[in-house]
Design a protein around this ligand. Sequence first.
Ligand SMILES: *[C@@H]1O[C@H](CO)[C@@H](O)[C@H](O)[C@H]1NC(C)=O
Ligand SMILES: *[C@@H]1O[C@H](CO)[C@@H](O)[C@H](O)[C@H]1NC(C)=O
Ligand SMILES: *[C@@H]1O[C@H](CO)[C@@H](O)[C@H](O)[C@H]1NC(C)=O
Ligand SMILES: *[C@@H]1O[C@H](CO)[C@@H](O)[C@H](O)[C@H]1NC(C)=O
Length: 457
Amino acid sequence: MAGFSILLFIATVVTVVSGIRDDFLRLPSENVEGTRWAVLVAGSKDYYNYRHQADVCHAYQILRKGGLKDENIIVFMYDDIAYNESNPHPGVIINNPHGRDVYKGVPKDYVGEEINVENFLAVLLANKSALTGGSGKVLDTGPNDHIFIYYTDHGGAGVLGMPSKPYLFASELNDALKKKHASGTYKSIVFYVDACEAGSMFRGLLPEDYNIYVMAASDVGEGSWSTYCPFQDPSLPPEYDVCLGDLYSIAWMEDCDVQCEVVRERTIQALLLGGTHVVEFGDIGLSNHSLFEYMGTDPANDNRTFVGKKSLLPLSQRDADLIHFWEKFRRATKGSPRKAEAEKQLREVMSHRMHIDSSVKHIGKLLFGVEKGQKMLNSVRPAGLPIVDDWDCLKTMVRTFETHCGSLSQYGMKHMRSFANLCNAGIQKEQMVEASSQACVSIPDNPWSSLHNGFSA
Ligand SMILES: *[C@@H]1O[C@H](CO)[C@@H](O)[C@H](O)[C@H]1NC(C)=O
Ligand SMILES: *[C@@H]1O[C@H](CO)[C@@H](O)[C@H](O)[C@H]1NC(C)=O
Ligand SMILES: *[C@@H]1O[C@H](CO)[C@@H](O)[C@H](O)[C@H]1NC(C)=O
Ligand SMILES: *[C@@H]1O[C@H](CO)[C@@H](O)[C@H](O)[C@H]1NC(C)=O
């Protein structure tokens, strides 16, 4: 009997101690119960998308300085930038024209092809058996824990990009959040999404009572913005020919770099006041929480005070790759092989864009008639409704298009709403097959339209 109680006592003590972990020793004002966790995702690859991985590395540095531990920060980053042959400073990634290296020390939990929908959802749901490759770190959270998720990449209506196809669909993301909620393994989640049409991932889908607060850089039908790009002010160091950051991401992170004293008092929402356009979803009440609860604070910044935000210049995310190709072309010596190659790249990317745009338009006309085609493709559902109800139909439409017309590629994500509208109008797969094969007699032969990267849906 006595032995049993002692065992019980020890078990209780062990549970209490391991539950408290290191967050125990804090000033009362800093007392945050539970552990802070973070998942950081750069959803793209390739040097012309430099900025997404730069954003993620920068976010990691902020969280580390804020006191989060590596074991609680899970990083998804393709890792083809730091040592890319185009990087003028091998092993270094910057996120600001005058910024320091943000690459050093970033854990490589999921890199290359390990960044895909399955692994991302497995991490979210702490389902290790569903993982393929990677460090095996998952959101192994408890009921008092705070989770910060940050995603930066290209997006389209109802989808976020992943470097390995397919895209992450809104239906899958919200199903996973629903499961996470049902598992009772978090106190609250703050989710920052920097991508075109990011709001479409949540609008009409995310319930308000999940203790999940989402702040998105753009709503359905809206673009998001890159910044620190060539041709902009402040000018980049001359050796750079790519955008170094994204507007919304830079807005919250540079605030955090300089003003972390303020972070302690400031709320999640206030951090972004100062001109950056955002949209909110889920449990809006959480926006009153202190950012400190999610990101911690850097003691070195304790005495800083809030200064007004400087304005950043936007460049459409969808055009950031064009700027890179143009810069590469402009800088190359006349008559050099590099110039010829850059010109070829620029032509290819332009012609692929035109091919995708005209094919989608043509399909619209074939399905709805010359008069109504464009109107049907662009139609907008009433506020509060998701972009589509039948997500399987949406995937089928995308696949059918890509089978006949080639890969949408990151630019083509802008047409996701058109595909959703085909479903909303009751178009059947057979009709889409016929229209696509009529619109695209052959798949153009260039790297932008190849099918070897797999289907987007
Ligand atoms: C560098 O980026 C290009 C695309 O811009 C990509 O094709 C290449 O694989 C990358 N190189 C490395 C070493 O990752
Ligand atoms: C974890 O993933 C595996 C493989 O995808 C799946 O069969 C299993 O149901 C998942 N477990 C949970 C708890 O979701
Ligand atoms: C945040 O708190 C303030 C004051 O405490 C309150 O007036 C406001 O309604 C709250 N906002 C939300 C969205 O809960
Ligand atoms: C902040 O100010 C206090 C009081 O002036 C001082 O004791 C402390 O060392 C300062 N902290 C930092 C990090 O500069």
